[in-house]
Design a protein around this ligand. Structure first.
Ligand SMILES: [Zn+2]
Length: 479
């Protein structure tokens, strides 16, 4: 409707301009003849004057239009529901378009500042938004109550969850097409003191796939990882709390394994990154497609390498471990704070010690720490060397460390991006015996320390010395 009106307006203006042009040309013609001036000359000038100015005017407005398009990328977000249908909000004037604009604006902001999550939390008479960037929450815009409720409802429509339900927890997903990229969003709602709280996780597949050598593995750990991955069978687990890059690491390993000579199958909930050459199977627990059920099917598909998104229950663990014993390399993640804890967690789940010891070949535990902003980090000479030494950070007299400052490039946080700190537990003969004998976590830990395993904290200190991060950041993440 709007575009039709502007076309009509332009036509009217064009008509008036043509009318004026015609009369001025006629007047000039008769006037010059009357006064005896050079009629041909003035006629030519007036005849061409108008068309030329029209062309200049049109070319200028075109230029402006082109400029606008390049200044605001992500200008046109296409919002699609989880099933791929476009979002349709009832046309009814101001409120709907304001809501839709706010929704799009929130998504644009989140994508532009590299957020991994958007938090929407209702407070008294308002809706607060926050963005998680590099693992830390930052305040976003807040909205008045009515608009806030409308925004929450729009996200619920997009995620295809029950709009009327405000108490029970609900899950859904939607898709955004921005600059030709398809980005998946996962929505989770639950009720809180002032109403419904929503967290939207952004699964940007372009951001996800990182090469194994870019994760931050020390040369020693990377070499050991490579030899583990080359095994034809056995179980490799990546451990850490959620939101610490386990999936990214798993994908990096899978990408290294995926050379085309092996049949690689993954079972995931959700599929975060598409990997060419890998058969990826999504889990739908709502419709009864479970990890355990899918895993049984996968085993009949002649796989060489199987990736399981996460081991959450005994049933999945048992099938996965059995598969790793029968000639398959199995990769998965487990929620555990450190490498040695994984063994205890598996036994707690109900797996038999000899079952674990004979199939597990390695555990890679990890955390993500923030990287100092390269544009504003400032060097300093550390003072309390003795205290730092006690804490495990061994520095020489001449060592220089860096601290965060803050600039426009890092949004005044002093940090930009994150990198992993790792510890790799290799299950060798000695550790296997420990597991069989149900040795304590502490006993296993002292043995692997003797063998020279680098802990996550030691890996972190190494990155402090290299000027990648700060003492405070390592202490914040690894208390
Ligand atoms: Zn900076």
């Amino acid at each position: 409707m709007e575009s039709q009106l502007t076309v009509l307006k332009q036509l009217v203006v064009l008509f008036i301009a043509a009318f004026l042009w015609f009369f001025s040309v006629a007047w000039v013609n008769s006037d010059t003849q009357k006064t005896g001036r050079n009629t041909k000359f003035w006629n030519t000038i007036f005849f061409f004057f108008s068309p030329i100015s029209l062309i200049i005017y049109l070319s200028l407005s075109w230029k402006n239009k082109l400029k606008k398009r390049t200044v605001t990328p992500r200008a046109d977000l296409v919002l699609l529901k989880g099933n791929g249908e476009p979002l349709f909000l009832a046309q009814g004037g101001g409120q709907e378009s304001l809501t839709l604009d706010s929704v799009k604006d929130l998504i644009k902001k989140a994508l532009n500042n590299r957020s991994t999550d958007i938090h929407l939390s209702p407070k008294i008479h308002s809706l607060l938004t926050r963005f998680r960037i590099d693992g830390i929450l930052h305040d976003g815009p807040s909205f008045p109550e009515r608009l806030g409720t409308a925004i929450l409802s729009s996200f619920k429509v997009l995620a295809q969850v029950d709009i009327a339900e405000r108490r029970k927890a609900q899950d859904g997903s939607f898709i955004v097409v921005a600059d030709g990229n398809t980005i998946n969003f996962r929505v989770s709602t639950t009720s809180s003191l002032y109403g419904e709280t929503m967290v939207i996780r952004i699964l940007d597949s372009k951001r996800g796939l990182i090469n194994l050598n870019k994760l931050g593995l020390s040369p020693q750990v990377e070499e050991e990882c490579n030899s583990l991955i080359a095994s034809s069978h056995g179980m490799i687990l990546v451990a850490g709390p959620s939101g610490n890059g386990k999936t990214t690491t798993l994908y990096a390993i899978l990408n290294r394994v995926n050379t085309g000579e092996k049949n690689v199958i993954s079972i995931e909930d959700p599929i975060e990154y598409e990997l060419a050459g890998v058969t990826q199977i999504p889990i739908h627990s709502k419709t009864g497609v479970t990890f355990a059920g899918s895993l049984r099917t996968v085993l009949r598909q002649d796989p060489d390498v199987i990736m399981i998104g996460e081991i959450r229950d005994l049933e999945t663990a048992e099938i996965a471990f059995r598969a790793s014993l029968t000639g398959h390399l199995v990769l998965s993640t487990l929620h555990a704070t450190e490498a040695v804890e994984v063994v205890a967690r598996l036994l707690d789940m109900g797996l038999k010690p000899n079952f674990v010891s004979s199939s597990l070949i390695g555990v890679l535990a990890q955390r993500l720490i923030r990287i100092l902003c390269p544009k504003c980090k400032k060097s300093y000479k550390p003072q309390n060397l003795e205290e730092l030494y006690k804490n495990g950070l061994k520095l020489g007299e001449k060592d220089v460390l860096y601290k965060p400052v803050g600039c426009k490039y890092c949004r005044n946080t002093g940090y930009k991006g994150r990198i992993g700190v790792f510890e790799l537990l290799i299950i060798d003969k000695e550790i296997r015996t420990c597991i069989d004998e149900k040795a304590s976590k502490e006993d296993i830990f002292s043995i692997i320390k003797e063998k020279g395993m680098l802990t996550m904290k030691e890996d972190g200190w190494e990155k402090v010395k290299q000027g990648i991060t700060t003492i405070e950041e390592v202490e914040r993440v690894l208390k």
